[in-house]
Design a protein around this ligand. Structure first.
Ligand code: FAD
Ligand code: NAD
Length: 473
């Protein structure tokens, strides 16, 4: 049967846009169906606005704390709506890159509408029946709203509303201390809001290296952010215009609540049953080739669960593109997936944690940890907290790395490059410019030799004897 399209993509965010633009540039016939506007969470409610807000908040913090460098100013006058204006300006500057005009210019047919599958090979939208050789579901995720009595009635914000507010809440209760809660919590606090994080786990950022997360936690405490640990938000009531939020035996009164307690896949409206596509609460079920349970329908990005990051959505998009347009031979490779949480200090990670490495390789695991307090450039910039930790095997194979400190999200890439190219940790100990923050990597890398030397009694004795002999000549 002849079909109209090579590929129909549903969802025009980080994953869908990569598939659409690359497929069109390869001269495939492409339709992209988007229910709202192109750009997805990353542009409108995620990475772009959050990183812009983080930057404005960092400036406020630096001005407020400039005194320790001998720079004295009047107390910073924070104009919240102008800070939010910066956020909107950055979105506006990036948006043309994701505009329908740009994609149509590349040859993509952009269809705005909310459709659904009518059978295993047809997607119905705006009264049209789209048939294609392959489909890609890239509909992303939305905030999971916990069923907390009174929350709905009292009202709350999620990442979908918070970047549009123009008045600063005096106080903000945040449910969930994952990356969203932590990045936005610190930013709002720095812009003058009293922030309380409610965290169901014993420590914030529970998916990260615990020692690294502890550095962030200590920074939050030093800045005056309240953290209620190991406690779930349980009930909300409206009292005198304020929201009264119960967490365990504690009660906090706040102006606003931000819900950042995880994500749910956008799958419900697509009539996936008709297409033979299975899913659960984490997302679409996909195989290593990113085929759903219908092999002609692929999934990528947040909607398949897993690593929910923009760069992972793009990485998955490439596998989907190759398999869907040509032959389904490519398997997704998740061996080296880096990410960063853009708190201050930043926390970046790639590969295994210490615990995971020890579970897999037992005694053959070396932890190479270098504090930023031993990196002269960090000290020059007033930083004496944080560290770089590289996890290796005895043969130098890099298993993972965890950096917490200034520009950690940039510094991790040297290790990512090494891992991607199967370089040993010694490759990181080459000349690094003095004084730079990236010396944290070279200094950590050198520790493998030092640790192995410290363990090697025979070599130490041989050298001692050698030098004794040389002195006796
Ligand atoms: C506050 C926040 C900060 C973040 N910061 C970072 C960061 O710094 N770095 C990072 O890597 N990641 C970050 N992320 C995660 C990142 O935004 C997501 O992983 C990424 O956007 C996922 O891309 P996607 O293509 O799967 O989904 P999206 O980009 O969300 O795109 C999905 C698209 O599908 C559309 N859609 C949904 N349902 C339908 C339907 N039925 N029919 C048609 N279209 C539909 C949506 O409108 C949307 O345009 C952040 C997320 C949040 C919430
Ligand atoms: N810098 C980045 O790359 C970045 C930034 C923000 C978000 N993201 C992506 O978005 C995803 C979602 O972020 P998130 O922070 O919403 O989710 P998350 O799942 O990472 O963290 C949510 C936290 O909320 C806690 N929680 C759940 N219900 C609770 C309750 N009732 N009371 C108190 N705590 C509760 C959970 O235990 C968890 O620790 C991330 O996993 C990440 O993939 C990435």
């Amino acid at each position: 049967m002849t079909v109209e399209y090579d590929i129909v993509i549903i969802g025009g965010g980080s994953g869908g846009l990569v598939v659409a633009s690359a497929a069109a540039q390869l001269k495939a016939k492409v339709a992209l169906v988007e229910k709202h506007r192109l750009g997805g969470d990353c542009l409108w409610y995620g990475c772009v606005p959050s990183k812009s807000l983080i930057y404005a908040a960092r400036v406020a913090y630096q001005v407020k704390n400039a005194g320790r460098f001998g720079i004295h100013t009047n107390p910073a006058n924070i104009n919240f709506s102008q800070a939010m204006g910066h956020v909107q300006n950055v979105i506006a500057a990036i948006e043309p890159h994701d505009s329908p005009e740009r994609f149509e210019g590349l040859g993509v047919e952009v269809i705005f509408g909310c459709g659904q599958f009518s059978d295993r090979q047809t997607f119905a939208v705006n009264g049209r029946q789209l048939k294609a050789r392959a489909f890609v579901i890239a509909t992303g995720s939305r905030p999971t709203i916990p069923s907390i009595p009174g929350l709905k009635e009292a009202g709350y914000l999620t990442n979908e509303q918070i970047f549009s507010i123009t008045e600063r809440p005096d106080s903000l209760g945040i449910i969930g201390a994952g990356p969203i809660g932590c990045e936005l919590g610190q930013s709002f606090h720095r812009l003058g809001t009293q922030v309380t994080l409610i965290n169901s786990k014993p420590h914030i950022l529970p998916k990260e290296d615990p020692e690294a997360a502890e550095v962030i936690e200590q920074q939050f405490i030093n800045e005056g952010i309240s953290i209620i640990q190991n406690t779930r938000a349980e009930k909300v009531e409206l009292r005198d215009g304020k929201k009264c939020l119960w967490a365990g035996n504690q009660k906090i009164m706040v102006d606003q609540i931000l819900v950042s307690s995880g994500r749910s896949p956008n799958v419900e409206s697509l009539n996936l049953k008709a297409a033979g596509v299975e899913y659960d609460q984490k997302g679409l079920k996909v195989n290593e080739k990113l085929q759903t349970t219908n092999p002609k329908i692929y999934g990528c990005g947040d909607v398949i669960g897993g690593y929910q990051f923009t760069h992972v959505a793009s990485h998955e998009a490439v596998t989907v593109l190759t398999n869907a347009l040509f032959f389904p031979f490519s398997k997704i490779n998740y061996r080296v997936i880096p990410w960063a949480t853009f708190t201050d200090p930043e926390l970046a990670r790639v590969g295994l944690t210490e615990k995971e490495a020890k579970e897999r390789y037992g005694e053959d695991v070396y932890v190479l940890k270098q504090d930023f307090a031993n990196v002269d450039r960090a000290l020059a910039e007033g930083v004496n907290q944080g560290f770089g930790k590289i996890i290796t095997r005895g043969n130098g194979e890099i298993l993972g790395a965890h950096l917490v400190g200034p520009s950690a999200g940039e510094l991790i890439h040297e290790i990512v490059l090494a891992m991607n190219n199967n370089l040993k940790v010694s490759a990181l100990s080459g000349i690094h410019i003095y004084p730079t923050l990236s010396e944290v990597n070279s200094k950590a890398a050198l520790l493998l030799k030092k640790q192995k030397f410290a363990q090697n009694k025979r070599l130490k004795n041989t050298l001692a004897n050698f030098f004794k002999f040389m002195r006796s000549l």
